[in-house]
Design a protein around this ligand. Structure first.
Ligand code: PLP
Length: 311
């Protein structure tokens, strides 16, 4: 996308905001579609934004907004993007390997995944998918790129010229991370992609049922609930105590809120190898006991029953 062409930035959380900052830093021509933290971007929102801005060339959306645990309805959003013939860029970082993403069928041009998170490899590299249509645009582009390292053509050249001697990177390769990614991919393929997606779906829903059985409030509406992470609203001051208590007493690390939800929520990841019965049941126990210590009237038994009844 050139600096003149308009890009629709769909933002409904901290990671959308981060991408927006990056787009602004690169002085892109932005049309902003903003929803509140905890809300989803819907096809109707996109239709409305595109009606008001007919000359938009590309769209960006975060598939799984990790700051709120909202999974945007990407497949449906892509249908609208396709009707308007937009180039589609997706941040799939925290869901890549945890739910289906069909680039060709849905019409995604750039899909950014992650080596760790749902795939279970190590951080440090991002697997990316680039459509044939986007490669053609990149190959034919005459505008100067903003950066050498971030120019996909730099990477393509390295893949074409240096793969034969095991170095398809334009810079030093983080070999440990590449090897870890290879192992993680093998594990996922051995389990079977559909089985992996189902495991994330089943265990995330079961975890949410346990949270509801503790009478806690979820940030994401059930319809848009993420299969890889759950965000829970808590009174001011509690998140930090809960995070510290679970780490100190149970050696279980959960996260706090980001951006507008800083200090107001906790986030529990259940992705990759943590989307399993043993990890989640221990997390529920630790969550319940720590909340009890903090004065909450929660039943760990009821939460565990809700969990086991759901799997
Ligand atoms: C949806 C999403 N986008 C972007 C990022 C940023 O990735 P990094 O931690 O490598 O900066 C994250 C990290 O958690 C994320 O969840």
């Amino acid at each position: 996308v050139t600096r003149e062409e308009k890009i629709l930035m769909c933002v409904n959380g901290y990671f959308g905001e981060t991408a927006l900052k990056a787009a602004r830093t690169h002085k892109r021509n932005i049309v902003l579609l903003e929803k509140d933290y905890g809300e989803a971007i819907t096809p109707e929102d996109v239709e409305k934004a595109l009606k008001e801005n007919e000359d938009v060339r590309a769209a960006f959306v975060v598939y799984n907004e990790t700051s709120t645990a909202v999974m945007n309805p990407l497949r449906e959003l892509c249908k609208v993007f396709k009707e308007h013939d937009l180039l589609v860029m997706v941040d799939a970082i925290s869901i890549f390997g945890g739910a289906e993403i069909n680039m060709d069928e849905w019409g995604i041009d750039l899909c950014v995944g992650y080596a760790s998170k749902a795939l279970g490899g190590m951080p440090g590299i991002c697997p990316m998918g680039i459509s044939k249509r986007l490669w053609k645009i990149l190959d034919e582009r005459t505008a100067e790129p903003d950066a050498w390292y971030l120019d996909f053509r730099t990477w393509k050249k390295s893949i074409e010229e240096m793969s034969a001697w095991g170095h398809p990177h334009p810079s030093s390769m983080p070999t440990h991370t590449v090897i870890a990614l290879h192992k993680a991919l093998k594990r996922v393929i051995d389990e079977g992609l559909e089985n992996v997606y189902k495991r994330h779906r089943v265990f995330s829903a079961a975890f949410r049922n346990a949270v509801k059985a503790m009478n806690l409030q979820l940030v994401a509406p059930e319809e848009y609930a993420s299969p890889t992470i759950t965000a829970i609203r808590l009174p001011e001051g509690i998140p930090k105590k809960l995070i510290d208590g679970m780490l100190d007493n149970f050696n279980i690390m959960i996260s706090g809120g980001l951006g507008k939800l800083a200090g107001k929520i906790v986030r529990v990841g259940h992705m990759g190898f943590t989307a399993r019965r043993d990890h989640i049941s221990r997390t529920i126990t630790a969550l319940g006991y720590t909340l009890k210590e903090l004065g909450f009237n929660v039943s760990v038994d009821a939460a565990l029953k809700a969990f086991y009844d759901s799997i």
